[in-house]
Design a protein around this ligand. Sequence first.
Ligand SMILES: Nc1ncnc2c1ncn2[C@@H]1O[C@H](COP(=O)(O)OP(=O)(O)OP(=O)(O)O)[C@@H](O)[C@H]1O
Ligand SMILES: [Mg+2]
Length: 460
Amino acid sequence: MRHHATTRIVEALAGHITVATLRGQVPRLANTGDDGGPLFGQIERLPYNLQLLIDGILWQVVPLAVQMIISLCVITALVPWPYALAIGLIISAYMAASIIGADRYHEQAEATNETAGRLTALVGDILRYPSRAAFNGNVPGELTSVVHLSNRRLREASRGARSLVTMTIVQSSLLVLGLAALLVLAALDVLQHRLSLGDFVLLHAFILRLTLPLGGFGFLVHQAGRSYAQTRDILLLREPVRLETSSSVPRPGPAAVHLEGLSFRYGDGPLIIKKVSGSIVAGGLTVLVGPNGSGKSTLARLMAGLLDPTEGRVWVGQECLSNISPELRHRHILYVPQQIGLFNRPLRDNGLYPPTRLDDAQLLDRLQALRFYADERVPDLDLTVGDRGQALSGGQIQKLEIARLTGVETPAIILDETSSDLDPASELAVIEMLRVNRRANGTPYRRAKGTPFQDGARLI
Ligand SMILES: Nc1ncnc2c1ncn2[C@@H]1O[C@H](COP(=O)(O)OP(=O)(O)OP(=O)(O)O)[C@@H](O)[C@H]1O
Ligand SMILES: [Mg+2]
């Protein structure tokens, strides 16, 4: 019964917190390029931490508090009030020591958590890109880093354990010495007939009843301290559901993009984009060229409203992006990143990923039109593409993405080097496909086999 109740509360809370955390963090991770490894660890540990905390609060703290309050009431009623006051002071001192000790422990726990997060991120990195370590003969080097961080976590955890021991010693000393002094005073009062022997025995019995649960509190602080720190960290990452005020539905058909004095810098760094102005025609194909690191991807993200300009404005059609809430900007202008991160799901799920309106048959047709396989093989839509599409070639990933985009009706689309891995013949085919699509200006494009492309798909 107890287990059932706790489990229900824990699972409900963990689900709610996970969703709220992802809501806030997925857009942030997408923009910073952070791989989310530490966050993944935090979400994984969440049910365990909540279980500890909720079990502790519901089944230990609450019953202990009730037991203590009853004992204190009985003592106050039976023995002279100065004794109750003295007991109250001793317990307050005990609680103060617990809170100070717990604060110190939490600081330590946070340091341990930070190191644990770095360790999780490192192990995640190695497991996600084993080829980088193995092909370069650097598995021992990576393992040395793992050992180094593990040792650091061990040192921090033992510092935490030591601070707990100190806290326990201080707590116990306060309690034992305070109560011993109280009982000595009570014994003297009995000898001087100021307190009856019966009251003394009662006082003794209830003091025991009152103080034994305090040990339980201490135990709970020890056990739950780390869980508390970890749960608090993840709670800070939640994003509440926002009530959307703007409807922000773009007009159908392609839209022009206007850049008005755009400037941008990452954090406190130098200006990467300096006062860029210009217009990109609706429904056309515009190519932006420049050397590596010149800011093409940055400009593309600014144009898509994924980054907010330091200065200037971006207009898509009649809409200024800064007036559209970030989570709705993709309806007006869609950005396809340089690194296309496919999900480890079947080809179909990746190729039909929203907002495309293709169906299975259209996707297959487009893949074949783009010569997905060098021979005449028909792509298997149930094929699982592996982590980040590792089971596909770089060019195949890009062809899958371009096929998907032919079914997207967003007024403007930005392709960040989406044809960079294509062989020359395929690149020509893609450019030809995009050009015809642009020239057609809403007329379905028909390739040799006669498959229409989605009306309104426009690529910049
Ligand atoms: N998230 C970031 N934080 C800080 N600086 C960044 C970030 N992303 C890019 N930069 C810097 O901004 C500059 C422009 O980078 P950007 O990716 O826009 O170049 P690019 O023109 O797309 O290059 P490439 O041709 O190699 O794709 C670079 O100097 C880069 O180091
Ligand atoms: Mg780039």
